[in-house]
Design a protein around this ligand. Structure first.
Ligand SMILES: [Zn+2]
Length: 86
């Protein structure tokens, strides 16, 4: 497992997007379930679409936060917006 120093070095603002960061939810840091990465690009997604209907998410019918893993691009969906770790 990488130390936090190694992870910090991986995230350079010189790359495409300064929107990449670490996030926490419910007091726990968000990790990627696939590669265990800790850095994500955050975005918003509307749920009131055919896609939401397909996933039986009509009960939300609003926007969700998605975090895209900066390492492997795995996408996680959150009904509650995770807090960005400064
Ligand atoms: Zn990942």
């Amino acid at each position: 497992m990488s130390s936090s120093k190694d992870l910090d070095r991986d995230v350079k603002r010189s790359n495409d997007d300064s929107n990449i960061g670490q996030y926490s939810l419910d007091g726990k840091p968000v990790r990627c379930p696939h590669c265990n990465g800790a850095h994500f690009k955050s975005d918003e997604a509307q749920l009131n679409t055919a896609f939401a209907t397909l996933l039986d998410l009509d009960w939300t019918n609003k926007s969700a936060t998605i975090l895209i893993c900066n390492s492997c691009s795995q996408i996680q969906w959150f009904g509650t917006r995770p807090s960005r770790i400064p």
